[in-house]
Design a protein around this ligand. Structure first.
Ligand code: NAD
Ligand code: ZN
Length: 347
């Protein structure tokens, strides 16, 4: 399955399928000088024979988030420059969202920009590899240093996902579920009916594809996040706070954030938008730590949410809410009211 982006210019293809890497990659590499490959260390350990058959001497990135810092960035940049990288070379980035972020940042800044191809290897990367945001972390916070830089292609070979630990599948599924909510009621119900007891990779392909389409729809209409792109932050206001506070994987925290979004959306509407207890049970069955909410430190979490860039004043916190599944709006919620709503969930 190929999806074309629909920007005004500089469009590219997102290839999705099983076992497609070699065939798709060769179509691109033929047009370039030298190919420079950056790969997550764990991914290389698992897939060295596949990768070595396709490219020469990859540059190894530290595992996951450890690669998203100045030291790794500088090390890879100097390595590429010592190899004499040229403007008409191609950079290939293989790994999860972290490798994609640092690899994209490297591609966008080395020689002021060299073409690159994203080869995502995690479920979460169905999200992070779309939209052209690149980043490394700062001592002041995550993703504070980066660029907008589109790849020449994304080759999403789903065969990589077979080696993902359950916790990483669960994290990626958080964003799959978010995209389903943005897509509408039919997608949510269909997804829930295919994942009643656990997350099975075999049943996820249609939702990965619709998730990519949903993300693309939001980012092509609003690349620099002035309008509807911010709806992609659904579940992320609370999600980021509890991710930081409880050291949870990103997408796991997003699921808790989506649950909070549902509760706040209900309280904000005359009708019940979400049947909260059925979502609670569903997420719990899939292994999400829902009980965390019973012990949460509301005051601390609200203090963390207060730091969110999207807030417009000190007395309230900006949320993306839903009036029905698939229909979002942005609203400031008074901290006092939010405290009361969160305390309710501890009972
Ligand atoms: P990750 O890249 O850290 O990968 C998670 C773990 O899985 C790592 O330990 C990695 O080594 C391992 N791994 C990767 N592929 C594997 C495979 N096929 N089999 C077994 N193990 C594998 O994390 P992630 O969850 O993919 O992405 C999270 C990152 O994405 C964060 O840094 C976040 O900031 C970023 N992100 C970026 C965007 C964006 O728009 N650019 C959006 C969302 C998230
Ligand atoms: Zn996210």
């Amino acid at each position: 399955m190929d999806i074309e982006t629909t920007y005004n210019d500089n469009n590219y293809t997102i290839h999705i399928g099983w076992g497609i890497l070699e065939e798709k990659l060769l179509k691109y590499t033929a047009h370039y000088g030298t190919i420079h490959t950056l790969v997550d260390q764990s991914v290389y350990t698992l897939y060295s024979s596949t990768i070595d058959a396709l490219v020469d001497q990859p540059i190894i990135l530290e595992v996951g988030e450890k690669s998203k810092n100045f030291q790794s960035y500088a090390h890879v940049m100097e390595t590429l420059l010592s190899k004499g990288i040229h403007r008409n070379d191609l950079i290939i980035v293989i790994g999860g969202g972290a490798s994609g972020d640092v690899g994209g940042f490297i591609a966008s800044t080395v020689l002021r920009g060299v073409d690159y191809i994203q080869i995502p290897t995690t479920l979460l990367a169905h999200d992070s590899s779309i939209g052209g945001k690149t980043a490394i972390n700062s001592a002041h916070g995550k993703n504070l240093i980066g660029t907008f830089y589109r790849p020449q292609a994304v080759i999403y070979d789903l065969s990589f996902l077979k080696t993902l630990p359950q916790e990483e599948l669960r994290s990626g599924f958080g964003e799959i579920f978010k995209h389903a909510l943005l897509d509408g009621e039919d997608t949510v119900h269909s997804l829930m009916s295919k994942t009643t007891e656990n997350i099975q990779l075999e049943s996820l392909e249609p939702y990965i594809i619709s998730g990519i389409r949903t993300k693309m729809r939001h980012v092509t209409q609003d690349e620099k996040e002035a309008g509807i792109r911010r709806y992609l932050n659904l579940g992320h206001t609370f999600g980021h706070a509890i991710e930081y506070n409880d050291k949870l994987p990103h997408g796991v925290a997003v699921v808790l954030g989506l649950y909070i979004m549902m509760h706040v959306s209900n309280s904000n509407s005359n009708v019940q938008v979400f049947e909260l207890s059925s979502y609670y049970k569903y997420f719990k069955r899939l292994g999400y730590p829902m009980d965390t909410l019973k012990h949460m430190d509301v005051e601390k979490l609200i203090a963390l949410m207060s730091k969110d860039k999207k807030n417009q004043d000190d007395a309230s916190i900006g949320f993306i809410l839903m009036t029905e599944i698939g229909v979002c709006h942005y609203q400031q919620i008074a901290k006092e009211h939010l405290t009361q709503l969160l305390e309710e969930l501890k009972e």
